[in-house]
Ligand binder design. Structure first.
Ligand code: HEC
Length: 148
């Protein structure tokens, strides 16, 4: 008899604690996550020197004019894309976006995308995230300061 009642009390305690646990789970579940106030996407600082190497490796210069001290770049279709020498003052986020999602309206004055169709190739499967970060650093530092 005594043994039986201990088992019953134990079972009751277990049932109550399970019920309480499920109630507290139900109370905290519906809160949807919110981004912190004032949050904005910001792109990290990269390594301009490493970015220069990726720029050369990916042959970005085959469509874009850019002056790199000590490099004689042979452009196959120089002028196909905007001259990137003037891009160093643009925000990192803008430059990153122009590489991962070709723009149909570009920042370079006087350059118009032909027929509104982006002609730049797709690099998303070829660049690592770090390489993207470094290319952006390279474009931002400008060719004069780069490498110093
Ligand atoms: C096949 C030619 C070609 C190659 C190679 C190329 N681009 Fe472009 N790029 C373009 C053209 C054309 C545009 C103008 C937008 C368009 O038509 O896609 C452009 C636009 C840009 C812009 C400016 C976009 C804006 O909004 O102002 C940047 C920055 C850029 N390219 C960087 C790069 C980088 C970095 C690489 C190498 C990873 C590269 N491009 C390789 C043709 C090319």
């Amino acid at each position: 008899m005594r043994k039986h009642s201990i088992v019953t009390i134990g079972a009751c305690a277990l049932a109550i604690s399970l019920a309480m646990a499920s109630m507290s789970w139900a109370a905290s579940a519906p809160a949807a996550p919110k981004v912190p106030q004032g949050w904005k996407f910001t792109f990290p600082q990269g390594d301009a020197k490493a970015g220069r190497a990726v720029f050369l490796e990916m042959k970005c210069y085959s469509c874009h004019a850019i002056d790199i001290p000590g490099e004689k770049l042979v452009a196959r279709s120089r002028g196909a894309g905007p001259d990137l020498n003037v891009y160093s003052g643009l925000p990192k986020e803008y430059l990153a976006e122009s590489i991962i999602k070709a723009h149909t309206i570009v920042a370079a004055p006087g350059y118009t995308v032909k027929e509104g169709r982006a002609a730049m190739g797709e690099y998303n499967h070829f660049l690592t995230v770090q390489q993207l970060i470094d290319i952006v650093a390279f474009l931002r530092r400008g060719t004069k300061a780069e490498g110093k």
